[in-house]
Design a protein around this ligand. Structure first.
Ligand SMILES: [Ca+2]
Ligand SMILES: [Ca+2]
Length: 463
């Protein structure tokens, strides 16, 4: 017994002396380790509709054979995990195909050839994962089983129909906006680190959390980021272009992640934006109750020469929500892909002008996102009549509603002010109306025309 006890202690000591290195060595000597070694594709610069030929190399870099059959999953990611969490849909990782490998010996690698038809979005992430779904291989390292490669679609192959519908590119021949024009986005907060707006977006204040930074905490700023992108995404040939790609943006966060907030926070946001020098305020938000403090803040902003643009609302009714309904506010209705009044758009008497909002309401968009898990390839073309814009974490995605139409008009106003900083609210309202194109569905207001509005603004210089 004594001998046995001594031997036992000795084994323990040896184990201790070998330490952590010994444990790793023991694992590596006995276990497989699958990894994605390489992802390559042709053509090198794919456009929508192209059949992308993808070669993925799976390797077993461990020290044991993988003897069980395992799956290699091919996912396409259209956005980030953070965005997917908000939507409760896997748009960061949509399963396209599973390829089963019967085995993979130690040190062996295997090339898998796949074909995938490229969809029309600015940024596509190709994601591969070895031994996905239900794992069947015991490995020394499971964290290295996934790898991705992303690419941008050349912007000239993207149908930015909303820019075409308002003749924004023609307006850009006059101006793409001035750095002197600060546009406040009073919304759910902006991911100001998105490459499309980085450097031109300043943090205002986070009135939702009552702290100075909308990026602190766990908040994701999907709605506000999308609004900001429609106004100011850089015209750099990468991704998308905003209506006023050179203006500065200010993040004034007043709504929480899910888009709700207090009227006091919105009121404080308006007063803050004016105080910090905003020339234009966009509010893609609304309520159906009139609040005296809020009304006063908006009226004070207009009295100080700030142009306030707001969404008419998505009730599909002859009404306009507040603040759009307040006197002097530029109330914006939405047009669909065909340029007619969108079915979901409000169109009450206070509506000044319409702008592209896309065919679908946000609720319908949400249903599409949630359906992605089943059959996304067929659904992407159906999303095309919506707006594409930026999403947090450097990604892109769809957006719709008068929430999209309002920032498009705010962008046009920013261009007008860039061309002619002396314009008054009355002049801007008058130009927006007189240069608008008539639309199907109503005779009381038309579709904003950026080219004509900016030209008219410029023509008034010195007059
Ligand atoms: Ca592994
Ligand atoms: Ca861009």
């Amino acid at each position: 017994m004594k001998t046995l006890r001594a031997l036992f202690v000795l084994v323990l000591v040896v184990g201790f002396l070998v330490g952590g290195v010994g444990i790793n060595w023991a694992r590596q000597s006995r276990l497989a380790d699958l990894t994605i070694l390489d992802i390559s594709f042709t053509p090198a610069s794919p456009k929508p509709g192209d059949k992308l030929n993808i070669t993925v190399t799976v390797k077993n870099q461990g020290n044991a054979d993988a003897t069980n059959p395992f799956d290699v999953c091919f996912y396409v990611g259209l956005s980030s995990p953070e965005v997917a969490q908000v939507y409760g849909a896997p748009i960061n990782q949509i399963l396209v195909q599973k390829v089963r490998l019967p085995e993979l010996g130690r040190g062996d690698s295997k090339q898998i050839e796949l074909q995938w038809e490229v969809v029309e979005v600015p940024l596509i992430r190709l994601i591969f994962e070895a031994d996905c779904a239900i794992p069947s291989v015991t490995e020394s390292d499971k964290d290295n089983n996934k790898s991705e490669k992303s690419f941008f679609i050349d912007e000239k192959f993207l149908d930015e129909w909303w820019l075409t519908q308002i003749e924004a590119r023609k307006a850009h021949e006059i101006t793409k906006g001035s750095q002197d024009i600060l546009v406040a986005v009073i919304d759910t907060g902006i991911d100001r680190n998105h490459p499309e707006i980085k450097g031109r977006t300043i943090m205002g204040y986070d009135f939702a959390d009552d702290d100075p930074d909308s990026l602190s905490g766990t908040q994701i700023n999907l709605h506000g980021t999308s609004v900001a992108g429609l106004i100011g995404a850089a015209d750099d040939g990468v991704g998308l272009t905003g209506v006023a790609p050179n203006v500065r943006l200010m993040d004034v966060r007043v709504l929480g992640t899910r888009g709700s907030g207090t009227i006091a926070a919105v009121t404080a946001g308006v007063r803050f934006a004016v105080e910090k020098g905003a020339k234009v305020i966009n509010m893609s938000l609304g309520a159906f109750f009139d609040d005296a403090n809020f009304r006063n803040a908006v009226q004070d902003a207009i009295a100080k020469g700030v142009i306030v643009v707001a969404a008419a609302g998505n009730n599909g009714a002859p009404v306009v929500s507040f603040p759009a309904a307040y006197p002097g506010v530029i109330a914006v209705a939405a047009t669909d892909r065909q340029g007619g009044l969108a079915g979901y758009s409000n169109f009450g008497s206070q509506t000044l002008v319409a702008a592209p909002g896309g065919d679908f309401s946000e609720e319908q968009l949400l249903q599409f996102f949630q359906a992605f898990a089943q059959d996304f390839q067929q659904l992407v073309p159906k999303l095309k009549p919506n707006l594409l814009t930026i999403y947090p974490s450097g990604t892109y995605g769809w957006f719709a509603g008068t929430s999209g139409a309002s920032p498009i008009v705010a962008g046009v106003v920013a261009l007008m002010l860039s061309a002619n900083p002396k314009l008054t609210n009355d002049q801007i309202r008058s130009i927006l109306r007189s240069t608008a194109k008539s639309i199907r569905g109503t005779s009381r207001f038309g579709l904003v025309n950026a080219a004509k509005a900016v030209q008219a603004a410029k023509d008034l210089v010195g007059k």
